[in-house]
Design a protein around this ligand. Structure first.
Ligand SMILES: [Zn+2]
Length: 140
């Protein structure tokens, strides 16, 4: 299991500090804050909220976001409402996305043609990377 960062000060140096209620407990070496893995889970949740909202603004549908991030489309709809996010109603381009491994990403990046005029957005997705491209210049 990978050691998490401190949720309070984001310091990477944490030490294991016993097991409480079946959950691994950690102690931050910098600020001495104690936390359990459960609290890290909450941090991951907010990461997915931000990613889901980013994708929504990019024009990706709720169902697609569910498929990409593995969070329910109902959750995504709730977050959109909760944070009062409004995406533009009309796009003159269609977002497309690719999920690439690091090696595939590096290969893709070496070609300048792949990067030009694509309005590219890159986001980390588990152990892979997702690239959203706006194909707005190709169709017009
Ligand atoms: Zn800390």
């Amino acid at each position: 299991m990978e050691k998490p960062f401190c949720p309070k000060c984001n310091h990477p140096k944490v030490v294991k500090s016993g097991i409480v209620g079946g959950r691994q407990r950690f102690k931050c070496k910098k600020c001495n804050y104690h936390f359990s893995v459960n609290k890290i889970g909450k941090g991951i949740d907010s990461y997915y909220v931000v990613k889901a909202l980013q994708l929504y603004v990019e024009g990706i549908s709720f169902r697609e976001i569910e498929r990409i991030l593995g969070v329910s489309h109902v959750s995504v709809m709730n977050w959109v409402r909760q944070y009062k996010i409004k995406a533009p109603e009309q796009y003159d381009y269609r977002p497309t996305y690719k999920v690439l491994s690091h090696a595939e990403l590096v290969k893709f990046m070496t070609s300048k043609e792949n990067l030009q005029g694509s309005g590219m957005l890159l986001t980390e997705l588990g152990d892979k990377f997702m690239m959203i491209k706006w194909e707005r210049f190709k169709n017009s």
